[in-house]
Design a protein around this ligand. Structure first.
Ligand SMILES: NC(=O)c1ccc[n+]([C@@H]2O[C@H](COP(=O)([O-])OP(=O)(O)OC[C@H]3O[C@@H](n4cnc5c(N)ncnc54)[C@H](OP(=O)(O)O)[C@@H]3O)[C@@H](O)[C@H]2O)c1
Length: 276
């Protein structure tokens, strides 16, 4: 594991989860800094993780080799402008996990062509089971790419995309994706209750089935398509259910839903950016 000093700008849910994941993976807390305006949160983070918690973002940046932007997108501009004005030369590798804030806006606000990685995590990153999609600006060296990946692996699976625009696709697939699976769990639970199962059993069976299917998909050599075929006996119950899904337009509906999320992600990037 690397020993680079990391500064988390904003000590909220995501930063706290990444810090927890890094320490669990063996990262030395002495190399972790967080800057956060809320004194209560600073005390909590310092006590819980044994890390340095500062009130000043610029001071955190000054002490670090890697800066992680973990504030809400709404404050991105003011935070980045202040960091840019106080930037050491050369500027540190900067990783933004802020949804929808584009590289060109970040570079513009930070006022330097710094090595920049944009990361799109999802909520399961909070339990180290996330899917985190990454894009690197041209200034990022191969070593810095490896460093960014090592850091973000604390949140789960990491995958690179070659074009920044594909982060909007990732937002629609893995960013919003947990909600799609929760919706299916909810619907399965309601169907079970409608058929006479009590609510507790309905919920537990629905959730455990989702977990089991996901684990099989992760651990098996076969694709989800192969696994589905394996549990679909001709003339059996699963085949009947899957025929109803297909007849109801399940796949085109999923495509339309993901397309709608993709369009919204592009719109939000524009709204949050300089050309808003
Ligand atoms: N949560 C997710 O699943 C998820 C998924 C993908 C991407 N993201 C991205 O991750 C980022 C963080 O999300 P989150 O859920 O961790 O949000 P959060 O819990 O609200 O964390 C943001 C933190 O930044 C602090 N902050 C506010 N103004 C600041 C400033 N000027 N300087 C330094 N810190 C400041 C906030 O403190 P106060 O509360 O005191 O204002 C808060 O502790 C967001 O940009 C979001 O788009 C999150």
């Amino acid at each position: 594991m690397t020993t680079a000093t990391l500064a988390f700008i904003g000590g909220g849910n995501m930063a706290s989860s990444l810090i927890g994941g890094l320490i669990q993976d063996g990262y030395d807390p002495a190399h972790l800094i967080v800057s956060e305006p809320d004194g209560e949160k600073r005390r909590f983070l310092a006590e819980r993780y044994g890390i340095c918690a500062l009130a000043e973002n610029e001071e955190a940046q000054r002490r670090a080799e890697v800066v992680l932007l973990c504030v809400k997108p709404q404050v991105a501009k003011s935070v980045c402008r202040a960091l840019g004005q106080a930037s050491p030369k050369p500027a540190p590798l900067t990783i933004s996990i802020m949804a929808g804030i584009r590289e060109r806006d970040l570079q513009h606000w930070l006022d330097d062509a710094r090595p920049l990685v944009r990361a799109m995590p999802n909520t399961p990153a909070m339990i180290q089971a996330g899917a985190i999609v990454l894009h690197a600006s041209p200034e990022v060296t191969p070593d810095q790419r490896n460093l960014a990946e090592t850091i973000l692996r604390a949140g789960g699976l990491t995958r690179w995309v070659p074009e920044e625009g594909l982060l909007d696709v990732a937002t629609a697939v893995s960013g919003s994706g947990p909600a799609y699976f929760f919706l299916l769990m909810e619907a399965l639970e309601k169907a079970a209750v409608a058929l006479g199962l009590d609510e507790e059993n309905a919920r537990l069976l629905s959730i455990q089935t989702a977990l089991g299917a996901a684990r099989m998909a992760v651990e098996s050599e076969g694709s989800p398509e192969t696994l589905r075929a394996q549990v679909t006996s001709p003339g059996g119950t699963t085949e009947q259910a899957l025929e109803v899904f297909q007849a109801g337009g399940f796949e085109p509906l999923v495509l339309q839903a993901v397309q709608a999320a993709h369009r919204r992600s592009q719109e939000l990037s524009q709204l949050l950016g300089e050309d808003a």
